[in-house]
Design a protein around this ligand. Structure first.
Ligand code: HEC
Length: 178
């Protein structure tokens, strides 16, 4: 075997080994992929702008504990399935969905107006699918691409644990403003 051929053989062996390894990694990834099936990665952003407005709020000062993560102007919407429960303060039937949309709050000559959209977050009630998180599926979306941002493995620390402080209101903070 001349030198070039040796190099070719070595390169082929490495490529083959690499393929086998990535194949194996793929096979190993299978169980966790099937475990996450039907979970929060699969939630999509609904067309909520026709829904009922629940309330709005402007978090404008770092004195507020949520200023860092939720500073800005937000509006909350509920779909038709969840409307009665929202007005009553829960409990919500399966199929209920709430949306939290956050904009930058721009001070325009003494008035706060909605600036750039920062995030859209949803809670979808399905007691069977989301039994581990109070019967709610939590997800947040990139405002530009609408891609989901939360992995099932992180949903408790990112969303659920905080919402669990209002478990007696079916995990929903917002009170319907009449
Ligand atoms: C540190 C606490 C905290 C965390 C973490 C948190 N939220 Fe909330 N969330 C709130 C509060 C407080 C409100 C109510 C805001 C208001 O009163 O206007 C709220 C409101 C909401 C609402 C509207 C329904 C409701 O409960 O009022 C949705 C939907 C929502 N959050 C989704 C999410 C998602 C999805 C995540 C994770 C990406 C998340 N939240 C993380 C505190 C939190």
């Amino acid at each position: 075997m001349n030198r070039t051929m040796k190099l070719v053989v070595i390169a082929l062996v490495f490529t083959w080994a690499g393929l086998m390894m990535s194949n194996e990694a793929h096979l190993m990834a299978q169980p966790s992929q099937s475990r996450t099936k039907g979970e929060v990665e699969q939630l999509t952003l609904p067309n909520y702008r026709q829904w009922t407005h629940v309330k709005s709020m402007v978090i404008f000062d770092e004195k507020h504990p949520l200023y860092k993560s939720f500073g800005g102007m937000h509006h909350i919407y509920v779909n038709a399935k969840g409307l009665k429960a929202s007005q009553a303060g829960g409990p919500y039937p399966d199929g209920s969905t709430l949306v939290f949309v956050l904009y930058e709050a721009e001070n325009k000559g003494g008035a706060y107006v909605a600036g750039k959209k920062k995030v859209e977050a949803i809670m979808v009630k399905d007691r069977r699918r989301f039994a581990e998180t109070g019967g709610w599926g939590f997800q947040a979306f990139d405002p530009q691409t609408h891609q989901p941002l939360i992995k099932q493995a992180d949903v408790k620390s990112a969303c659920y644990n905080c919402h669990a402080s209002v478990k007696d209101r079916d995990y929903v903070f917002s009170r319907f403003v009449k």
